[in-house]
Structures are given as structure tokens and as C-alpha cells.
Design a protein around this ligand. Structure first.
Ligand SMILES: Cc1cc2nc3c(=O)[nH]c(=O)nc-3n(C[C@H](O)[C@H](O)[C@H](O)COP(=O)(O)OP(=O)(O)OC[C@H]3O[C@@H](n4cnc5c(N)ncnc54)[C@H](O)[C@@H]3O)c2cc1C
Ligand SMILES: NC(=O)c1ccc[n+]([C@@H]2O[C@H](COP(=O)([O-])OP(=O)(O)OC[C@H]3O[C@@H](n4cnc5c(N)ncnc54)[C@H](O)[C@@H]3O)[C@@H](O)[C@H]2O)c1
Length: 471
């Protein structure tokens, strides 16, 4: 096979992971190429983290305005929500973020970028457009795509939305069904509901937002369920259209048959890698049944001891931004050191941390309860608990729904993990992530002052609850 170009490094995918890798390798060689199909920004900026948080920001304003009567402040009505302005702010805000990503990529040399869909032909060779590229090192950073269950295909036309299209709406719909209660479904269902859209959320199981602690999951259902219609453990049996509207037939958790009719259906049933389209099977790497490489170094993305690295959503079990960036950057650093014949750097695993931006927020940090139970045994760890219902500051703010569970080693008092649905969970979980990263015990973390009255005092009480149990 005769290549049209030979490079030190080829990166497929210019999202967060691909860009992070490029920035490292570009410091030491110009013989690098990044191949990307579609927009040269990132999923996060264009159709992910940023536009979804813009929807949530608008929704919080609307919700708290409507809740202000309790505070003796005149209320605005739902009809005051100007759908076109709401969507315009989301799109303008999103464009601001994508512009800055695009700007950074515009500064890359033109000959280091190729626009097109890459395919792996065989070990060391990829094809894009008319080019055959031979590489020494390859980074696969191709992200994931929204999955649309077969029963929806071709049925609803433009009434069917995914996270790729929902932020493009020019106006808010009147009625929307959201299918899937993972992070995407939970965040957007609550937010659009708060913006005056009549939303129902359907999920095939009772687990929401990926919460692994069953008690926290139930608490999250209770808190969010006060304002949102959820049909958990439901099953969609048929999809149709009638009088220009979408119709969903489903059975609810009591096996009752139900029908919903409305303007839009958002599919949020998960995302899947595109490795089969890429031709990953043409590489000499071992794949699992889902065509994902096995023996992947979690910190660097290196596949076994090969010259191939895989980074970002495409290979991880936790598709979140900071992890895509971390592994992409580390892959770049390792390849840079290999190209320079230097010792390879080593990297610590990051403490697991995920946050869902519902209200109350949902966060999981460190080890999950099932893993702790499996590894330590059920009698060797304790759970510190705090319920926000009666907490001073949360009541003052009118956000007093939530529960924290903190898991600690019974013998050493070391903090192992936590799960929570709580006001200010984004801050509480970061403090716990820091404690877990530095292997702090409950007693050590309690040396930190907790100011009164703050929502963070809930963390202190949950830690004290552990100390009581350890006595
Ligand atoms: C609605 C939504 C909300 C989210 N909110 C958050 C959040 O709040 N916090 C958080 O941490 N994470 C969030 N995420 C997840 C976050 O967006 C991802 O973890 C992150 O964007 C993954 O980056 P990546 O580099 O792996 O992939 P991407 O940014 O998707 O980049 C992959 C690139 O590869 C390209 N590509 C694919 N195949 C090929 C090919 N054959 N040839 C050439 N190019 C190819 C794609 O076109 C794409 O440009 C959210 C995701 C969604 C969908
Ligand atoms: N705040 C954040 O960090 C954030 C926000 C949004 C997305 N994300 C990332 O994006 C990824 C994708 O999120 P997601 O919510 O699309 O996927 P997900 O896989 O996390 O959740 C999908 C949900 O859909 C349900 N489901 C699947 N098929 C169904 C069907 N046919 N009918 C009814 N329900 C069905 C599943 O039971 C699950 O609850 C997440 O894993 C997350 O890491 C992160």
C-alpha cells in the first residue's frame, strides 16, 4: 500500500480528547495530522455540556420567579416565558462557546488538519477522502453518537429530537415527551418543564441519572417528581403520528396502557461509540463483544503495549468531559515522550466524580456503594447520612429536598465515596473528591471549618454521623 502521506501521529476526532492530545504532541513535532468529520468544535460546546447548561440557567430563572410568591414577591406567569427569546439566548450563548473552540483550531497549521471521515484500512494505515496516511502512532478520539431505538426510526420526522437537534429549536414546544432518564433526560426534562413546556419523562427502569445508591435514587425521584411527570419502569409499545402530532403508546409501572400525544419527542436513551464504522476490527487489537478494545490503560488510553491509543467518550464507561480531556492529554504526553525516546510519564487515576445539573443536583464521587460492598463486605463500611429537609440554610433558600450518603471504611475511617441528591451538590462533591484523592479520614476532614449557616454544613453532619457509628 502506497501512502500519500507519512506522519508521526494521526489523531482521528477533533473533540475534547483529540484536541487535548494534539496540543501536547504539536509541541514536539510538526508531522502530525488531525482528521475530523463534521463541525470542528466539540460535542460539549456544540450539543452537550454548554447548551444544556444554558437551558438549565433559563429554567432556574423561570422556576424561581414562579416560586417567589412564598417569599411575598409578585409572581410572573408561565405565559410570560418568551420561547423564541429563551431559545435565542441558548443559541447565542452556545455560539459564543463554539466560536472560541473554533478560534483555537483555526490557529493550527492548515496542513495538520483534514476534514473528512477517516477509516482504518489496516495496521498503520488510514484513509480519508483520497488520502492514504501511514502513521507511527494513532489516537482514536471519535466520541459517541446518540442512539435512537428502532421503534422510533422514520416514524416522527422532525418531531423526533436528540441532543444534536433540540438546541436548534426556534421556539419552545407546548408538549414534549422525553425518553430516557439518564443525565441528558433528567437535566433537560426538568429544565424544559420549568420553562413551561408540558413534559413527561419515560424510562424503562426505575434508575435515574445513573445513580447507583438505591436510597439516593429514590430520594432523587421524590425531589424531582414533585414538579415533573415521570413514568419510570414504563415500556413504549408503539410510536405513531396523528393530526400532525407525535403519539406514544406505553404501559406504565402498573402495566396500565396509556397514550401520550404532543409536539416533540426527545430521545435520550444513551450514546454509542462509532468504532465499527471506523474499521477498528482492521487493527491487531483485541476487542470485546461491543467492538471496544480491551486492555486499555485507563489513564493514557494506550491499548496494551501497542502504538494505538483511544481516548474520550469512545472508550470510557463514564463519558464526561474532564475525563476525555485528561486521557487525551496523557495520551499526547506519552506519545511525545516515545517520539523523543524519553522515559514515559506516569499518571494517577482520577477520583471518580460525576454531577448531574438537576435541582437538587445529583452527584456521585469515589467508589460506588456496590463496589464497596463487594470489596469490603457489608459489615466493614458505614454510611454517614444527612437529610436536608430540616436544614436551616436550605429551608431559608427554599431548596430543602435532598439526602447525602457518605461511605467510610469502618476500620480506618477513610472516606471511600459518596452519593447525593442535594442543593449545592456540585460543591459538596468536589470537597469529598479532594478528601478521597488525598485519602483523608472522616476525622481529618472534620478539622476543616464549616461556616454557619451554609448548605455545606450538611456535609459536616453526615461526617459526624459516621464518627458516631465508628465509636
Ligand atoms: C446533552 C449532553 C450534555 C452533556 N453535559 C455534560 C456535562 O455537563 N459535563 C460533562 O462532563 N460532560 C457532559 N457531557 C459529555 C461530554 O460532552 C463528553 O464527555 C465530551 O464531549 C466527549 O469528548 P470526546 O472528545 O470524547 O468526543 P467528541 O467531542 O464527540 O469528539 C469526537 C469527534 O470525532 C469525530 N469523528 C467521529 N468519527 C470520526 C471518523 N471516522 N473520522 C473523523 N472524525 C470522526 C466526531 O465528528 C467528533 O468531532 C454531555 C453530553 C451531552 C450529549
Ligand atoms: N452533567 C453531566 O455530566 C452530563 C449530562 C448529560 C450527559 N452526560 C453524559 O452523556 C452520557 C449519555 O447520557 P444519556 O442520558 O443520553 O444516556 P444514559 O445511557 O446515561 O441513560 C439512558 C437512559 O435511557 C434509558 N433507556 C434506554 N433505552 C430506553 C428505551 N428504549 N425506553 C426507555 N428508556 C430507555 C436507560 O434506562 C437510561 O436510564 C452520560 O453517560 C453522561 O456521562 C453527562
Amino acid at each position: 500500500m502506497k501512502p500519500t502521506r507519512t506522519v508521526d501521529v494521526a489523531i482521528i476526532g477533533a473533540g475534547t480528547a483529540g484536541q487535548s492530545a494534539f496540543e501536547q504532541i504539536n509541541k514536539i513535532t510538526d508531522n502530525i495530522v488531525v482528521i475530523n468529520k463534521g463541525y470542528w468544535t466539540t460535542t460539549c460546546a456544540t450539543v452537550g455540556c454548554m447548551p444544556s447548561k444554558l437551558v438549565i440557567a433559563g429554567a432556574e430563572r423561570a422556576f424561581h420567579a414562579l416560586q417567589s410568591e412564598e417569599f411575598g414577591i409578585g409572581t410572573s406567569q408561565k405565559s410570560n416565558i418568551e420561547g423564541t427569546q429563551v431559545m435565542a439566548r441558548i443559541q447565542n450563548g452556545r455560539d459564543h462557546f463554539t466560536k472560541s473552540v473554533k478560534k483555537a483550531i483555526e490557529d493550527w497549521d492548515e496542513n495538520k488538519k483534514i476534514e473528512g471521515k477517516a477509516s482504518i484500512i489496516k495496521e498503520r494505515f488510514i484513509q480519508v477522502n483520497e488520502e492514504i496516511i501511514e502513521y507511527k502512532y494513532l489516537i482514536i478520539a471519535t466520541g459517541t453518537q446518540a442512539v435512537i431505538p428502532e421503534q422510533f426510526s422514520d416514524k416522527l420526522g422532525s418531531m423526533l429530537l436528540t441532543s444534536d437537534t433540540i438546541f436548534e429549536m426556534k421556539d419552545l414546544p407546548n408538549k414534549m415527551a422525553i425518553v430516557g432518564a439518564g443525565p441528558v433526560g433528567i437535566e433537560l426534562a426538568q429544565a424544559f418543564n420549568r420553562l413551561g413546556v408540558e413534559v413527561i419523562l419515560l424510562n424503562r427502569t426505575s434508575k435515574i441519572a445513573g445513580i447507583t445508591d438505591k436510597t439516593i435514587n429514590q430520594k432523587a425521584i421524590d425531589c424531582i417528581g414533585t414538579e415533573l411527570t415521570m413514568h419510570l419502569n414504563s415500556k413504549i409499545t408503539n410510536v405513531d403520528r396523528e393530526n400532525g402530532q407525535a403519539v406514544l403508546y406505553f404501559t406504565d409501572d402498573k402495566n396500565q396502557e396509556r397514550t401520550w400525544q404532543g409536539d416533540k419527542v426527545l430521545i435520550a436513551t444513551g450514546r454509542h461509540h462509532v468504532l465499527d464504522e471506523l474499521g477498528i476490527e482492521n487493527l491487531a487489537v483485541e476487542l470485546d463483544d461491543d467492538k471496544k478494545p480491551i486492555h486499555v490503560n485507563k489513564q493514557t488510553g494506550q491499548i496494551a503495549d501497542s502504538t494505538i491509543f483511544i481516548a474520550g467518550d469512545t472508550s470510557t464507561h463514564t463519558p464526561i468531559l474532564h475525563l476525555a480531556s485528561y486521557v487525551g492529554k496523557n495520551a499526547g504526553k506519552v506519545i511525545a515522550s516515545l517520539l523523543q525516546d524519553k522515559d514515559q510519564p506516569t499518571f494517577e487515576p482520577l477520583t471518580p466524580l460525576s454531577i448531574v445539573f438537576s435541582e437538587p443536583q445529583i452527584a456521585q464521587v469515589g467508589a460506588h456503594i456496590d463496589n464497596i460492598r463487594y470489596e469490603l463486605g457489608k459489615d466493614n463500611f458505614v454510611i454517614g447520612k444527612f437529610n436536608f429537609e430540616k436544614q436551616g440554610r436550605s429551608r431559608i433558600e427554599g431548596v430543602n429536598c435532598g439526602l447525602i450518603h457518605i461511605y467510610a471504611n469502618k476500620k480506618s475511617g477513610e472516606i471511600l465515596g459518596a452519593s447525593m441528591v442535594a442543593p449545592d451538590a456540585e460543591y459538596i462533591s468536589h470537597i469529598l473528591a479532594m478528601a478521597i484523592t488525598h485519602k483523608l479520614t472522616v476525622t481529618e476532614l472534620l478539622k476543616t471549618p464549616f461556616y454557619h449557616p451554609t448548605i455545606l454544613e450538611g456535609l459536616r453532619v453526615a461526617l459526624l454521623d459516621i464518627l458516631n457509628q465508628l465509636k
